[in-house]
Design a binder for this molecule. Structure first.
Ligand SMILES: C[S@@+](CC[C@H](N)C(=O)[O-])C[C@H]1O[C@@H](n2cnc3c(N)ncnc32)[C@H](O)[C@@H]1O
Length: 339
């Protein structure tokens, strides 16, 4: 899945001499074995990722110096390479989380796709670095370099939590940069919450994001036993904050699809990952639809919201033998299948 080098990494291979002068802390949009390439060219990098799937894949490759979480551990780093993430706010977050580990004068690199916001590198680095140079540009990707001149304040996760009220449910939703629905409730999730009625027993909030669905269900049915899973460390932390802020309690943990989940549930509820063009997201949802029945007690149900054009009813029918449509709007459908 992460085997092929991205165009950004291909461009970086032309700059390995400068990148491998010091062991780098690498973070951001890691989608290939760039760390392996850096390790071949010089000192092995230290990798920090918020993506549980990438973490597991690198661990399977034998890369030992990899951390998964909301921020890297406290040990010092000689330099930083940030691979530009999709959201600019996430880039700001990662710089704030990683730069306190560097000493003054340490090199800071930002690389990314030209269409993915890398051009904002000088602006992103302005609070920390004097001069920002563009080192290379090829394969529609660019590499910027700077030197850390202003030592950043110690990183505090709490400073990055944003909040918005969910008035219908009287909940306060907490989010972190780059987390789905970070500023307002998604309209698909809203329809899902409106449609779901009676629930009981053990419930899985699959792909919990900021914890909107799980927290709403628990608020309505405090007797539920809730588990929330996501692949993204910032989503998991946001869900924990949402639950805590609303005095709700659930088990929140990292899982790639259902891989780290055990036992059977009365209900699996989800607004599943969907992003046009990202093949892995379809793969996650297809795998969920084909294996969810194995994680449900007899009579248990899978309830999801999906864009109306997605071919999920066929996949659900194939696996459950039937698929009910509980609600339909121009854009969304709510599907239910019982085991
Ligand atoms: C459409 S969002 C829904 C978020 C939240 N439930 C809501 O309704 O606002 C889908 C979520 O699935 C997560 N996700 C993506 N791939 C995943 C995977 N392989 N396993 C678990 N969660 C995943 C994403 O990080 C994202 O938070």
């Amino acid at each position: 899945m992460f085997e092929a080098l991205t165009p950004v990494s291909e461009m970086l291979t032309r700059n390995l001499d400068i990148l491998s002068r010091q062991p780098l802390l690498v973070c951001g949009l890691l989608e290939d074995n760039l760390p392996g390439l850096l390790a071949e060219a010089g000192p092995a990098p230290r990798v920090f990722t918020t993506d549980f799937r990438y973490f597991q894949w690198q661990q399977a490759q034998g890369l030992t110096d990899i951390e998964f979480g909301t921020s890297p551990g406290p040990s010092a780093a000689a330099g930083l390479l940030l691979l530009m993430p999709k959201a600019k706010a996430e880039a700001e977050y990662l710089l704030a989380a990683c730069l306190p580990l560097l000493a003054a004068g340490a090199p800071v690199f930002i690389a990314g796709d030209n269409k993915g916001g890398v051009k904002s590198a000088p602006k992103l680095l302005a609070p920390y670095c004097g001069q920002v140079n563009k080192l290379d540009s090829a394969r529609r990707a660019s590499l910027y370099q700077a030197e850390l001149t202003t030592l950043p304040a110690p990183f505090a996760l709490a400073d990055w939590i944003s909040r918005y009220p969910l008035e219908e449910e009287q909940l306060q939703i907490c989010a972190l940069p780059g987390v789905f629905s970070a500023a307002h409730l998604d309209s698909g999730s809203r329809l899902l919450l409106k449609t779901i009625s009676s629930l009981k027993g053990r419930v899985l909030d699959f792909g919990c994001g900021a914890g909107v669905i799980g927290a709403s269900l628990l608020k309505r049915h405090p007797e539920l036993t809730l588990e929330c899973i996501d692949i993204n460390a910032l989503a998991l932390e946001a869900s924990r904050a949402t639950l805590a802020e609303n005095q709700l309690d659930a088990k929140v943990y990292a899982s790639d699809g259902l891989k780290q989940v055990s036992g059977k549930f009365n209900h699996i509820i989800t607004n599943p990952p969907f992003h046009a063009g990202l093949r892995t997201f379809y793969h996650t949802t297809e795998t969920l639809l084909s294996s969810a029945a194995d994680y449900l007690v007899p009579g248990g149900s899978l309830i999801l919201v999906a864009n109306a054009f997605l071919p999920y009813p066929e996949l659900i029918e194939k696996s459950f033998g039937h698929c009910e449509t509980l609600a339909a709007t121009g854009k969304f459908r709510i599907y239910r299948a019982r085991r």
